[in-house]
Design a protein around this ligand. Structure first.
Ligand SMILES: Cc1cc2nc3c(=O)[nH]c(=O)nc-3n(C[C@H](O)[C@H](O)[C@H](O)COP(=O)(O)OP(=O)(O)OC[C@H]3O[C@@H](n4cnc5c(N)ncnc54)[C@H](O)[C@@H]3O)c2cc1C
Ligand SMILES: *[C@@H]1O[C@H](CO)[C@@H](O)[C@H](O)[C@H]1NC(C)=O
Ligand SMILES: *[C@@H]1O[C@H](CO)[C@@H](O)[C@H](O)[C@H]1NC(C)=O
Ligand SMILES: *[C@@H]1O[C@H](CO)[C@@H](O)[C@H](O)[C@H]1NC(C)=O
Ligand SMILES: *[C@@H]1O[C@H](CO)[C@@H](O)[C@H](O)[C@H]1NC(C)=O
Length: 511
């Protein structure tokens, strides 16, 4: 049916194009301003389409985490219901591209904070919202999860069964994007990065084939999907390993800004001792919110057993004067809801890695105070900055190779304990984009320069936190870049995911 319709369309168009002495592409654009959506509407996917103006379309677009992503208007959304429909979507869009390129975006949770990562202007957004089933397989100690699921769906399904998997720390974030960039979980000290807990990916390739990538099937594809994002195909299902779960202890504790040196000292020792405390996770976050008007240090403490006030945090507990404290015996799902993402602001994320070194943290905080003072002088409306300092210890990737490997390149760092740095800045009003994005870039560039000046720098850039202007794929090192280039060539020889999918970080652009 679809082939017949497309053939009719092409038959009608080609003479028209010739008569106008035009390229077929120009003729197609003239006749059908949203040609690619027209082609989809001639296919069995017609019932899966949403168009601008329809309320379901508008509410989906407004569900992106970042306002800049919400501001893009695709010509249509296609919402496949299963893997076969994803494969058909890819086949139709690539076939139709013979006449005019059908550019598309791939969206899971929509939490990337820069425009165009998972939405598109004048193109098609492939929205995986309905591939969101979470199915526990007790016999094989695994859970099958669709990419469009939010982490909340995973935790609330597994918790009552007394099992869990490594998952994101915020309830609203998508499984698809987070996992393909690496994925840091409260369970990572003991169980590793989230991508390394994938036992099997189901993937739709550029030619519409549905394949499995695992340690034994397409193992090269398996490895590059762990960090390589959307360069190789659309992942339509994840099988994650599961483990026993009895609850957690944790929450958020806020302190006055004057405690920052003690916070850094505690974090450094905490990170250096993570191998002795594999259940313990912590993040230190200097925070400023215009609505509150005071500088605070907000810490997350999260312990993977229901143990009140675990000794792993003793150095933090010795810091007096906290102004609020939500810690207690909790569930992963409730901890994740406490960090859920809003959809009301434009957001900047950026990333940097450096040594677990008090000098860098101290200087980073001085630079932060300087950048903050500039923002306080110029910014308007509701805005805020969170600066995350978190451990990046060898424990996160120690078992990666045994699990089939990833492309993040941590082997290069041997037993070094690192610190992962991330400014998370939010504001309102497009006229302030340059101010806030400039502030984020300023933080990253100045801190990097300082770290380099004392030999405490590190090349790794975490893709899931990277700004559009950064090059996380290159930061994995030349060997991994080669692996990704080879896999892209092998599994997508015509470069569909390089040329027709402009969003995300593209391996073909890495020098
Ligand atoms: C509030 C908040 C909390 C966060 N917490 C954490 C955390 O605890 N740990 C952590 O590691 N990171 C965290 N992050 C970062 C997060 O990992 C990234 O923002 C990630 O990109 C979000 O994934 P998504 O599916 O929601 O995003 P999307 O924007 O939908 O996707 C991200 C990228 O992946 C591609 N992609 C998505 N799905 C697929 C698929 N199925 N196949 C192929 N390509 C695909 C998209 O095209 C896009 O380029 C957090 C982010 C936010 C905003
Ligand atoms: C069609 O375009 C070609 C190349 O631009 C030009 O040489 C030719 O004269 C055109 N023919 C007509 C009929 O306009
Ligand atoms: C955690 O979730 C389980 C399962 O839903 C529930 O039985 C338990 O009471 C919850 N525990 C806490 C501390 O909220
Ligand atoms: C550093 O951490 C270790 C292990 O958690 C602990 O035994 C030690 O007392 C800590 N050092 C300081 C200075 O608190
Ligand atoms: C926060 O302060 C309160 C009140 O002084 C104290 O009881 C609590 O233990 C502190 N919390 C932490 C995590 O140190």
């Amino acid at each position: 049916m679809f082939k017949h319709n497309l053939a009719l369309l092409v038959a009608a168009l080609v003479p028209f194009a010739k008569a106008q002495n035009e390229t077929a592409e120009a003729a197609v654009s003239f006749l059908f301003p949203d040609y690619c959506c027209t082609v989809l509407s001639l296919s069995p996917l017609r019932e899966r389409l949403l168009f601008p103006g329809q309320s379901a379309f508008e509410s989906r677009v407004h569900s992106y985490f970042d306002i800049k992503q919400q501001s893009l208007t695709p010509n249509c959304l296609v919402q496949p219901r299963d893997t076969k429909e994803v494969a058909l979507t890819v086949k139709i869009l690539t076939t139709a591209s013979i006449l005019k390129p059908c550019k598309f975006a791939i969206r899971s949770g929509g939490h990337t904070p820069y425009a165009g990562a998972s939405n598109i202007e004048d193109g098609v957004t492939v929205d995986l919202q309905y591939l969101s089933a979470v199915q526990y397989d007790a016999k094989n100690n695994l859970v099958k999860v669709g990419p469009g699921a939010r982490w909340n769906d995973v935790f609330t399904t597994l918790e009552p069964l007394g099992v869990i998997t490594t998952g994101g720390r915020s309830s609203t974030v998508g499984v698809g994007g987070l996992t393909l960039g690496g994925g840091i979980s409260y369970f990572s000290p003991e169980h590793g990065l989230i991508c390394d807990n994938v036992l099997e990916f189901e993937v739709v390739l550029a030619d519409g084939r549905i394949v499995t990538a695992s340690k034994t099937q397409n193992p090269d594809l398996f490895t590059v999907l762990k960090g390589g994002n959307n360069n190789f195909g659309i992942v339509t299902n994840f099988k994650f390993g599961t483990f026993k779960y009895d609850g957690m202890w944790g929450g958020l504790v806020a302190y006055p800004e004057s405690t920052i040196q003690d916070q850094f000292k505690a974090l450094i020792n905490f990170s250096n001792n993570i191998d002795k405390n594999l259940k313990a996770a912590a993040i230190v976050m200097p925070v400023y919110q215009s609505a509150v008007g005071s500088n605070l240090i907000l810490n997350t403490y999260d312990y993977a057993e229901p143990v009140p006030r675990p000794a792993a945090y003793n150095e933090f507990f010795a810091i007096p004067g906290n102004v609020s404290d939500t810690t207690g015996l909790r569930n992963m799902s409730s901890l994740a809801v406490e960090l859920k993402g809003a959809t009301t602001h434009s957001v900047y994320f950026g990333t940097l890695t450096f040594a677990n070194d008090l000098r860098v943290m101290t200087e980073a905080h001085n630079i932060f105070k300087d950048v903050l003072a500039n923002l306080k002088a110029k910014a308007t409306g509701d805005w805020g900055i969170y600066v995350l300092y978190q451990p990046l210890p060898p424990a996160y990737t120690r078992n990666s190779a045994a699990k089939g490997g990833n492309v993040l390149g941590f082997e290069r760092f041997k037993d070094q304990v690192l610190c992962l740095y991330q400014p998370y800045i939010s504001w309102q009003g497009a006229q302030q984009d340059a101010l806030f994005q400039g502030a984020g870039a300023d933080l990253i560039n100045r801190i990097r320069a300082y770290a380099e000046s004392i030999g405490a720098d590190n090349p790794y850039l975490y893709l899931d936190y990277a700004d559009k202007t950064q090059d996380p794929l290159k930061s994995y090192g030349p060997e991994n870049v080669q692996k990704m280039k080879a896999a892209a060539k092998k599994y997508d020889p015509h470069g569909v995911f390089q040329n027709l999918v402009p969003g995300g970080f593209k391996i073909s652009k890495v020098q």
